[in-house]
Design a protein around this ligand. Sequence first.
Ligand code: NAD
Length: 340
Amino acid sequence: MRAPVAVNGYGTIGKRVAEAIRQMPDLELKGIVKYTPDYSVLVAYKQGIPIYVPEGKEEVFEEVGVKPSGTIDELFGSVSLVVDASPGGKGAQNKRVYVERGLSALFEGGESPDVAEVSFSTLCNYRQALGKKYIRVVSCNTTALLRLICLLDRHIGVRKVRAVIVRRASDPKEDKGIVNTVKLDPPSIPSHHAIDVKTVLPGLDIETVALIVPTTLMHVHVIHIQAKRSTSIDEVVEALSSTPRIVVLEGAKTGIDSTSKIVEFARDLGRKRYDIYENVVWRDMIKVSGDELTIVQAVHQEAIVIPENIDAIRAALRLAESAEETMKVTDKVLNVGLLR
Ligand code: NAD
């Protein structure tokens, strides 16, 4: 039997998580929650996704041609877990309902860490999340940083991390953002990313600085790491390539030397919406000098957390006992590593 799951909050992250759940052999998407009949509900409806709405709001949806499958109450009565992908801060408000109903819940990175029992990264602390009722999947930048740090730590040991995060201003669908400036985000050190990484790796010496630039495509990280011993570029590449969740690309040889070209590459390879689940590390931008590493990677904010959301569902419901077990399924189904 597949585990019944609901998605509450069907936006950038929610729609991608819902789609991924539908593809997994051990999960069943019972339905999504919608409060207002915007264009995304029309897409979901056309795709055959069951839509659940607040009691009394059925007619508003029927007016735009969407027949709801039932009320939110009915949906929550039929699932084991809710993925809450509502806007940052709303998940904490929604939690009351999950607690009342005894439902497990996943929260996203926009929530404060105390919303959950554990902040989650598959490659760092899968076992810690096993059987937990409330799990928070850390944000896009933190997910990418943690993948890289935990993998390198396993292979060469990580003593210290310093990173500059060049952030996209908004998601492509949003009609907001900066036009002609570089904005400090925030105008202090560290940015929240270092603090968020420490919710998973509390003992790590890490500082981050974040800047917002006028782009919607991807984030870029410039990361300096002090390892616990001397290493080489080949060893770093081998460590990073040991998971399909990180791809190492040759910038000069392939001509893929910008986020726009990574996006085009993903589009040409057939990735829906150009969703890039992988950290994209440029091999040409890895420099190693003794125990000091510099690494530059690009991160697709809309898609990077989707594999971790699926893994976190399996951890909460104990559908896989190890990171390797869940990643084997998630990565195969989502074709993670395609960009290699
Ligand atoms: P979004 O605005 O695209 O989508 C949120 C959806 O939730 C919308 O459909 C909205 O109508 C709905 N909603 C509003 N109030 C709600 C409520 N009270 N309960 C349930 N649903 C409600 O937001 P998003 O970008 O998908 O972000 C969702 C979460 O994921 C946030 O915590 C965010 O920080 C995190 N996150 C976002 C990104 C990103 O780049 N967009 C990346 C990683 C993590």
